[in-house]
Each structure stands twice: as structure tokens, then as C-alpha cells.
Ligand binder design. Structure first.
Ligand SMILES: Nc1ncnc2c1ncn2[C@@H]1O[C@H](COP(=O)(O)OP(=O)(O)OP(=O)(O)O)[C@@H](O)[C@H]1O
Length: 265
């Protein structure tokens, strides 16, 4: 299995601040990773490097067999599917869902001037259906609920057949129903062997979809633990990361973490 992400001692520094501190991380084809950590841990920074939007200050960032700094990022970026709050803000609210997804094939936001061929439309419709968006393809983005928007953005990120899919906090701002819909959608993707290697950034273990295989936990820019999910999402790793006694359970493919009050009783 070849590496999709291969980071060696990746460090990002801004002034005196160390945003990432000697991160070593390998993601292989077929793996589905969740990236967890407290606010300010460096998750978005790590996604910025993994999506070829930011170069490390030092270390080697290998992505899809290329090394950042020795490759034209404009060749690399189209091979990576990305969803993030920053990208979502740029989406015109009057754009229809169908056009928003189909236009990804051309790397543009906003359906102006391009002519899309029938195959692109068929692929966009298939992706939207797979992601549970079949019922509102002709609505405008601005009329969708937050959960629906998140799923449409994932469909758009998949439209270019990326070799790596990076989802930066798709669960943010969703209510319980929206979160559960998203978790189900991501579980379908995770179990689909044709899906690309995936990294999902989250704040909550409850958002980890069934089918996710690996986890990386960050704190203060450093890797607290990384590897197969059962070995990483544990009482001791999460307690050390969040600075409180936490108890983790794993049932029916879903994870839960809550503060342990055993020491009080
Ligand atoms: N240009 C910068 N200069 C100094 N510090 C920065 C800069 N950009 C980000 N930071 C800091 O780096 C740290 C990591 O930020 P990052 O956004 O990667 O964390 P995160 O884990 O995604 O956080 P959150 O969960 O809150 O979204 C934060 O403490 C942030 O304030």
C-alpha cells in the first residue's frame, strides 16, 4: 500500500508560536482517519499542509507521492478534495446545488460561462444521491439547512475524483439530527472501497462515523497518539489530551466520551 500522506518532522512556526511541532504521520490508501484535539491544537493547520495550502516551516510533507516545495501546488491541489468553513463561505447562496457540484469539475465556484457535458451532470447527480441530497438538487445553496449544506459540500469535493479527501469539521454547527445524518453519510463513504483515503477533523468522538479505521490526536501542535482507532481513542490518551479524567466507550460502531466521576464517589 502506498502512502497518500507522509509527513516527517513537519513543523509550522509563526513568530514565536509553534503551530505544529515535529509531526510524523502516514496515511495509506484505503484508510479513514479522524483527527481530534482541543481548540487551538493545530488541526486546521495540519489540514492546510495536507491540502497543499501551506508549506511547513521545516520537515518534509509528502502528499500523493509529491513533496511540498518540490511540486507545483496547482498540479497537486486538484487531486485533493477539501471541505472547510472558509471554502463554504465563498459559495454563492444563489447557486443551485446541481450547478455547485458540477462546476467543481472545472475548479470554479459560480456557474458562469462554462458548458458542462452530460457525463459531468450524471456524475454530479449520482454523487448527490449517494450523499442523500437527491431531493434538493434544484434548490439554491442558500435555502438549505446547515446539515444539507455540509453534505452538498462533500459531494462537490468528491466531484473531481480526488485521491485524498479532507473534511475539516463538517459536524460543526449541526443539531442532533443533522449530525446523525452526516455520520450516516460519512459511514457510507467510509465503507465504500472506491472512496479515497479520508481525513475527518472533529472535536467530538461522538461524530466519528462507523467504518473509520485510524485516529490522530493532537495537542499544542504535537501528536499525542496516532494509529489504529481502537489503540488511539482510549481513556488515557483522551484524558491526557483534554486534561481531565475521561471515560471512553465504543458500542455499535459509535464512540462516546464523558468525564469520569468515579474519583468523586
Ligand atoms: N498566523 C498565526 N500566528 C500565530 N498563531 C497562530 C497563527 N495562526 C494560527 N495560530 C494559532 O495556532 C494554533 C493552532 O490553530 P489551528 O486553527 O490549527 O487549531 P485547531 O486545532 O484547528 O483549532 P479549533 O479546534 O479551535 O478550530 C492556535 O492557537 C492559533 O491561535
Amino acid at each position: 500500500m502506498s502512502a497518500v500522506i507522509e509527513f516527517a518532522d513537519v513543523t509550522v512556526r509563526r513568530g514565536d508560536a509553534l503551530l505544529l511541532d515535529n509531526v510524523n504521520w502516514t496515511v495509506r490508501e484505503g484508510e479513514r482517519w479522524v483527527l481530534l484535539g482541543p481548540n487551538g491544537a493545530g488541526k486546521t493547520t495540519l489540514m492546510s499542509v495536507a491540502s497543499a495550502q501551506m508549506h511547513p516551516t521545516s520537515g518534509v510533507a509528502g502528499i500523493l507521492g509529491e513533496v511540498l516545495g518540490a511540486v507545483d501546488v496547482f498540479d497537486l491541489r486538484p487531486r485533493i478534495g477539501l471541505t472547510s468553513a472558509v471554502l463554504a463561505e465563498r459559495i454563492p447562496r444563489g447557486e443551485t446545488v446541481r450547478d455547485l457540484v458540477v462546476s467543481a469539475a472545472y475548479g470554479v465556484v459560480g456557474r458562469w460561462r462554462e458548458e458542462y457535458d452530460e457525463m459531468d451532470h450524471a456524475q454530479a447527480e449520482a454523487l448527490l444521491s449517494e450523499l442523500g441530497c437527491g431531493g434538493f438538487m434544484d434548490r439554491t445553496f442558500g435555502t438549505l439547512s446547515e446539515g444539507e449544506r455540509k453534505r452538498v459540500q462533500i459531494a462537490r469535493a468528491l466531484m473531481t475524483d480526488p485521491e485524498l479527501l479532507l473534511l475539516d469539521e463538517p459536524g460543526a454547527g449541526l443539531d442532533l439530527g443533522g449530525r446523525e445524518d452526516l455520520v450516516s453519510t460519512l459511514a457510507v463513504l467510509a465503507y465504500d472501497e472506491s472512496s479515497p483515503a479520508t481525513v475527518l477533523v472533529s472535536h467530538h468522538v461522538e461524530e466519528i462515523p462507523p467504518g473509520f479505521t485510524h485516529a490522530l490526536v493532537l495537542k499544542d501542535g504535537r501528536v499525542m497518539a496516532a494509529g489504529p482507532i481502537d489503540e488511539v481513542i482510549t481513556d488515557s490518551v483522551l484524558s491526557a489530551t483534554f486534561g481531565m479524567p475521561l471515560r471512553v466507550t465504543h458500542e455499535d460502531g459509535r464512540w462516546q466520551a464523558r468525564r469520569s466521576h468515579r474519583h468523586l464517589g
